[in-house]
Ligand binder design. Structure first.
Ligand code: 5AD
Ligand code: SF4
Length: 332
């Protein structure tokens, strides 16, 4: 499919038939099972200043937190107990944790919990990525956000598409199952840009691909309200499934922030992964990338059990499998 073909699919009104076709493909590769990844958001400090994100360094109104290794391990153990087959360690780009501390966490989680470990920590050098891989990290998530040079440079000050892409390819060459993705509906993103983003993402041979809707955050330069990108995100998810049949594709949490049934609609459009936060209640609300993320006041157990119930009611089964992708050549 060329980006022109993709553009035509995006322009089609009513995603129904595309969702159904995408779901059929997902069923063929994954059945009705949904891989569960527990996300431990261990620090909301970030040195970057992405215009769309509530964790950006210029947001001085945000109370910042860092979890100690013991707290991170406890959250990882809770993820396992609740039925996650993968633990994702995620943070803003925080240089305060020595790489050996992260490596140690990876080793201890792998050794004690029988889970796959995914890292989602942002831009580091090859040496560091290689070190964490040696410590046993299975996967790394690094989102392109958009491949459009001008939009990327504008919304991610000091960053370029070429640099980010080089890091994604570096992760692949180090043997990580590599995930990337885009934000759908960023201010300035046209359908032509979006089609090209889908096209380029699909050419990378990624094991994981995510596309979540943009949600304006009031304490960022992109605070102005936008038309909700939920339908567009679902359509993008479906097209990604058709182009990447065996890839792991999450029903992003951002879908749930826009609609109570957002994540099950993501599954209906071809997604096969959910990534609930298992960050301790005391700090969970502080990981506020966008409004509605990690709704405060909800206990982790309740939130995860509630999610599972919604999945089951929609005809899916949460599975505690490590959940490696089914793309050709992938192992596990
Ligand atoms: N709306 C939706 N997704 C966002 N992200 C960051 N800010 C927003 C927002 N306002 C996503 C990006 C980033 C991840 C941490 O969250 O894709 O990689
Ligand atoms: Fe930092 Fe990631 Fe937010 Fe950018 S999107 S400000 S890198 S946490």
């Amino acid at each position: 499919m060329t980006s022109r073909d993709i553009l035509e699919m995006l322009a089609a009104t009513g995603g129904g038939p595309v969702y159904a076709e995408a779901r059929t493909v997902a069923d063929r590769f994954f059945g009705r099972g949904v891989y569960v990844r527990g996300v431990v958001e261990f620090s909301n400090h970030c040195r970057k200043n992405c215009h769309y994100c509530g964790l950006r360094v210029a947001n001085t109104g945000l109370e910042r937190f860092r979890l100690e290794p013991e707290g991170i391990l406890a959250a990882a153990a809770l993820a396992r107990e609740l039925g996650a087959g993968t633990v994702v360690l995620q943070s803003g780009e925080d240089l305060r944790y020595d790489r050996r501390v992260i490596g140690d966490l990876v080793r201890r989680i792998r050794d004690t919990l029988d889970v796959a470990v995914t890292l989602s920590l942002g831009d580091f050098d090859r040496d560091t990525y290689a070190y964490w891989r040696d410590c046993g990290a299975d996967r790394y998530l690094l989102k392109m956000e958009t491949f459009d040079e001008a939009l990327h440079a504008r919304l991610r000050p000091g960053c370029t598409v070429a640099d980010r892409l080089a890091r994604v390819e570096m992760l692949q060459s180090l043997g990580y199952e590599t995930g990337s993705g885009i934000i759908v509906g960023l201010p300035g993103m046209t359908d032509a840009i979006l089609a090209e983003d889908i096209h380029r993402l699909s050419q990378l041979g990624l094991e994981m691909i995510a596309a979540g809707p943009f949600i304006p955050h009031p304490s960022t330069p992109l605070a102005a309200p936008v038309d909700h990108a939920i339908e567009k995100s679902l359509l993008v998810t479906a097209v990604l499934r058709l182009l990447n049949p065996g890839a792991n594709i999450p029903a992003t949490s951002a879908l749930d922030a826009l609609a109570a049934d957002g994540r099950t609609r993501g599954l209906d459009a071809g997604a096969n992964v959910v990534m609930p936060s298992v960050t301790p209640d005391a700090v969970r609300g502080g990981y506020s990338i966008y409004p509605g993320k990690n709704a405060a006041g909800r206990d982790v157990r309740d939130a995860v059990h509630g999610l599972f119930e919604r999945l089951r009611n929609a005809g899916y089964t949460p599975v505690a499998d490590k959940g490696f992708s089914r793309i050709a050549g992938a192992c596990g």
